[in-house]
Ligand binder design. Structure first.
Ligand SMILES: Cc1cc2nc3c(=O)[nH]c(=O)nc-3n(C[C@H](O)[C@H](O)[C@H](O)COP(=O)(O)OP(=O)(O)OC[C@H]3O[C@@H](n4cnc5c(N)ncnc54)[C@H](O)[C@@H]3O)c2cc1C
Length: 243
């Protein structure tokens, strides 16, 4: 099967889902794909966003679980300070789904469970990402203008299709296949884990942050939600292993 569009967005996380919101407003023919079959699942995020986020989307947003006003910081398990931090703890999959729903309602196409495998800008014969050959923009410049990019994708049951688009947007996270194709890869990572545990916080108006020598190069967090608490931890593995 061959699909055609102006813009192919690879990755339906916050970046890709937000972009669909703006492209749908402009009426640009867009296809959004994500290798996950269920949006943002499993979730790896503490789900806090500043209250000002509504300004980005022109009004109230969906998926708000809790409204917070401040953040308490603990250093080595001792209370250190409280700062104002008005914001929301989201049910992030609900928030992203609402953005994607309004995108599809305005004619956009969303293909969950669809993974981008490789790209061909018409000059490289379907080379594999990360081959070190010239990136899409360099080739476009050589060809005096943007051409079509063919992306091979794999959907449910391993079925392969091609998507032809003028633009490919890589919002596919820290191990971006699009990033590899254009020679831009991440070299350092922080390990981040988060889980919603069914214990409700006593004070749902504040988030708690913990710094400690045991969490090197990172922090722990307890974020209140309706009916649960989001427990998270992030640390630099390289530092941890070194010491
Ligand atoms: C433990 C933890 C806590 C965090 N807490 C917060 C917080 O409280 N507030 C906050 O703002 N940020 C937080 N973050 C950071 C936040 O989660 C990220 O910044 C955010 O998810 C990045 O969004 P993204 O859309 O760029 O990428 P991602 O959320 O990583 O989304 C990328 C998407 O691309 C898809 N994808 C990848 N490869 C392919 C492919 N080849 N084909 C198709 N699809 C593909 C993935 O399935 C994924 O859905 C936290 C992160 C962690 C790990």
């Amino acid at each position: 099967m061959i699909l055609k569009c102006d813009v192919l967005i690879i990755g339906a996380g916050p970046a890709g889902a937000s972009l669909t919101f703006y492209l749908a407003e402009e009426g640009i023919g867009t296809i959004l794909i994500d290798k996950k079959s269920e949006i943002d699942t499993p979730l790896r995020c503490a789900e806090y966003v500043p209250a000002a986020i509504g300004r980005l989307f022109g009004g109230p947003i969906s998926g708000i679980s809790c409204t917070t006003v401040s953040m308490d910081t603990y250093i080595d398990y001792e209370y250190a300070n409280t700062i104002p931090s008005p914001g929301f703890i989201l049910d992030r999959p609900v928030f992203l789904k609402s953005l994607i729903d309004s995108f599809t309602e305005s004619g956009g196409k969303f293909l969950p469970g669809t993974k981008a495998l490789s790209f061909d800008d018409g000059n490289g014969g379907g080379r594999k990402p990360g081959s070190g050959k010239p990136d899409i923009q360099q080739k476009d410049r050589q060809n005096n203008g943007p051409g079509m990019v063919t992306t091979t994708v794999q959907g449910a049951g391993g079925k392969r299709s091609t998507v032809k688009s003028r633009i490919v947007v890589g919002t596919d996270g820290p191990n971006s296949i699009v990033g590899k194709y254009i020679g831009s890869t991440n070299s350092t990572y922080i390990l981040g884990l988060g889980e919603n545990i069914p214990v409700e916080a006593k004070d749902k108006k504040k988030t708690l942050i913990f710094f400690s020598p045991g969490i090197e190069g990172g922090y722990g967090s307890l974020y209140p939600k309706a009916g649960t608490t989001n427990h998270g931890i992030g640390c630099q593995l390289a530092l941890k292993e070194k010491n």
